[in-house]
Design a protein around this ligand. Structure first.
Ligand code: PLP
Length: 236
């Protein structure tokens, strides 16, 4: 299970939480023989308002994740006006009819999970002349309720996206089943990425990001450990 040191302390302030997460990432990188600068912390601000996001920006955080296009549209354009160097990742499921907004708003889309979405994103990228980097989401636990391509189809799907659709797929993303040992899923994701010829691995959340870093994550998506409990029940 996750080390207790990865858990947020509710008494701590947001800047303290953020520093704690950064320290944990650095320690895990060292333990895994990796360079901490190879790991990007994506601060997941879903369920928290613009004022809370601004606190994280003030504490030096620049990379953020949101799981819904509409919520991100309401929060980020104004923050971006004052901070031109922010990087925004979409980490939640994307409907084809929101591809236009997603390409316009996000710098990275981590939830590419089907051919029809790939087609829609390719069309929008051409239209808008903007190419956010993409991660293919892998349903590593083969859960019926979860988005993502099946592990057995992941390599062919990545090759098709990059080759046939000329999409900028840079890596793989997964959300392991809550009740399983995440290490097996992280290891599987790394193997699939190697086989598919992509280098980026988005894996690890508040409960398990140090483990993910030890196992090769280049991106960890951490919400609760930085911002505390969300103001609405999570919808993912
Ligand atoms: C909400 C969310 C996270 C962050 O979860 P925490 O447990 O709060 O760190 C990470 N990844 C995805 C895809 C999410 O939807």
């Amino acid at each position: 299970m996750a080390p207790t040191s990865a858990q947020p302390s509710s008494a701590a302030s947001l800047p303290e939480n953020l520093q704690h997460v950064r320290d944990e990432i650095a320690a895990a990188a060292r333990a895994g023989g990796r360079d901490a600068s190879a790991v990007t912390l994506v601060a997941v601000s879903k369920g928290h308002d613009a004022a809370e996001a601004a606190q994280a920006i003030a504490a030096g955080q620049r990379v953020f994740g949101e799981n819904r296009v509409q919520e991100a549209q309401a929060k980020w354009p104004s923050l971006r006006e004052t901070h031109g160097d922010l990087e925004l990742h979409l980490i939640g499921p994307l409907q084809t009819n929101k591809a236009r907004e997603a390409v316009a708003l996000f710098d990275v889309i981590q939830s590419l999970d089907r051919a029809r979405l790939a087609e829609a994103l390719a069309g929008e990228m051409a239209k808008q002349n903007k190419r956010p980097n993409l991660f293919v989401q892998v349903n590593s636990g083969e859960e019926v309720q979860k988005a993502g391509v099946l592990p057995a189809e992941a390599v062919a799907f990545v090759r098709w996206c990059r080759g046939d659709k000329n999409l900028p797929v840079v890596g793989l993303m997964c959300i392991p089943p809550v009740d399983e040992e995440p290490a097996l899923h992280f290891a599987l994701l790394r193997e699939l990425a190697q086989e598919a010829g992509v280098t980026q691995l988005s894996m690890g959340m508040s409960a398990d990001y140090p483990l993910a870093v030890r196992l090769g994550a280049t991106h960890v998506r951490v919400g609760t450990a930085i911002f505390g409990e969300r103001h609405y029940p999570p919808k993912d």
